[in-house]
Design a protein around this ligand. Structure first.
Ligand SMILES: [Zn+2]
Length: 143
């Protein structure tokens, strides 16, 4: 079942594995999972994507990263976000190593550049069916 925000966009439904990530994110804290053998990984999953073991732990990330690559959605491919266009979706290399995909906010689309330092932020989306707001990862230019 797809969960929707009040503006119609789909939002994730926390699971037992992802719930700690979303709970911390609601408080503005960015958690990554780390494997004692392989380092950090993103995004929340039950097993390490390299060694498939489940003895990972949560660690607070710096939230710092750099844009690896990006694209500008100029027409709003998702009808629920059409009025937000143009907006930027980027691959962000986190300081801790993993690569995240997220929207770039607080920045004109034309000003975004590969290599640009960014900082994680969370936007809260109210579910259409009620309940607690769901935090969604974004990045803004680093100060
Ligand atoms: Zn591992």
């Amino acid at each position: 079942m797809v969960r929707l925000a009040r503006d119609g966009r789909s939002i994730p439904e926390p699971t037992p594995v992802t719930a700690p990530f979303f709970k911390a994110a609601a408080d503005g804290r960015f958690l990554l999972q780390t494997c004692p053998r392989d380092g950090a990984f993103f995004y929340p999953r039950a097993r390490c994507p390299k060694c498939w073991r489940a003895d990972w732990s949560w660690a607070e990330a710096s939230g710092q990263g750099k844009i690896h690559a990006f694209t500008i959605d100029r027409i709003g491919h998702d009808p629920t976000q059409k009025e937000l266009a143009p907006f930027v979706i980027a691959l962000v290399d986190l300081e801790e190593g993993p690569r995240a995909v997220a929207q770039i906010v607080e920045c004109e689309a034309e000003a975004v550049r590969a290599g640009m330092p960014v900082k994680a932020v969370f936007d809260l989306f109210q579910p259409a069916d009620g309940g607690d707001p769901t935090p969604i990862l974004r990045f803004r230019p680093a100060a």
